[in-house]
Design a protein around this ligand. Structure first.
Ligand code: ATP
Length: 293
């Protein structure tokens, strides 16, 4: 498949026509996470007062190393922690004016908030198309509407159309990631919580998937909260970012500002004054981290 335009300014010219997924663009936060703490197994304190916001129609990046708490934050928002014996013990999460803990994960999906889990989970024994259709199970608007959205998903992911009858377990990792995102789209989300879409994929595929995420945001107005270790790619597409360390937000700001931030450059981009540095050399960052902790 020809890769989509990476230049964000050129995106309006590319891709399928916009449909009516997602909300109208608005400045109000569609998601507000307020000072949450998360505990696993009643004793393991993993998130220690995380706050963040996503404005409707935005892409926001949640950055951080392995174990920083990115997936836990997403699962807290999508109300999936209980499956892992985790719970939000403090703070609140509001999605589109509703407190998420008053809702089941199903209801949350119906209201427009859906998570694409890390590891591109697909139903391995179902075909690609059957996988996509499972994403519409919360909908009540009939076959015709679901069929139109299936066509729309195929227009964003032509590879999936080519592979529509293939067994999902046998398609490539990149195609499985596309299938997982496509399945989420079938629920007509206002917001997708996307966990590590780049994980284990070749750089060219990562570019392709991020470019499609950018298109979905621009053209379909779907908001994204994007948990990523690939800081460079996430900041290329996000408008705003939060850096999570050891269960705390240690830095946040506009994507351009974070990309230029000395700490982010040294620790997450591995660059200092134009040359690459090892993490061990990021002394300034480590001093500052100790201070923030
Ligand atoms: P990664 O990119 O490796 O997934 P992450 O930033 O998403 O990292 P989390 O998966 O949220 O981090 O994990 C944060 C911390 O919580 C880690 O120390 C992890 O070991 C711990 N943790 C995650 N899930 C559980 C669980 N079900 N029970 C106990 N501890 C957990």
């Amino acid at each position: 498949m020809p890769s989509r335009a990476i230049d964000r300014n050129a995106k309006e010219a590319a891709g399928p026509p916009p449909s009516d997924f997602g909300p109208a663009r608005a400045a109000a936060p569609i998601l507000a996470v307020n000072n949450i703490e998360v505990v696993y197994d009643h004793v393991i304190l993993v998130l220690k007062g995380v706050s963040l916001q996503v404005t409707g129609g935005d892409i926001v990046a949640l950055l951080g190393a392995n174990g920083a708490g990115k997936s836990t934050t997403l699962k807290a928002i999508s109300n999936l922690l209980s499956a892992e014996r985790g719970e939000v013990t403090k703070g609140s999460i509001v999605f589109d004016d509703s407190e998420v803990h008053a809702l089941t994960p199903n209801e949350l999906v119906r209201r427009g908030c859906i998570q694409v889990m890390e590891g591109r989970h697909c139903f391995a024994h179902l075909s690609v198309e059957e996988n996509l259709l499972t994403g519409a199970f919360t909908r009540r608007d009939g076959h015709a509407a679901v069929g139109r959205d299936l066509d729309l998903v195929y227009s964003y992911f032509p590879r999936l159309k080519e592979r529509r009858s293939s067994t999902a377990g046998y398609i490539s990792g990149g195609e499985q990631q596309m299938c997982a995102i496509g399945r989420a789209l079938m629920s007509r989300p206002k917001m997708i919580l996307l966990d590590e879409p780049s994980m284990g994929l070749a750089p060219q595929l990562v570019e392709e998937i991020f470019s499609i995420v950018g298109d979905l945001n621009t053209r379909e107005r779907v908001s994204f909260l994007l948990a990523e270790q690939n800081t460079r790619m996430a900041l290329k597409y996000a408008r705003y970012g939060y850096v999570l360390e050891n269960g705390r937000v240690v830095l946040d700001g506009k994507a351009e500002t974070l990309s230029e931030n000395q700490d982010v450059k040294e620790f997450y981009l591995g660059i200092a004054e134009g040359k690459r540095k090892s993490f061990r050399e990021g002394k300034y960052y480590r001093r500052r981290k100790r201070w923030l902790a």
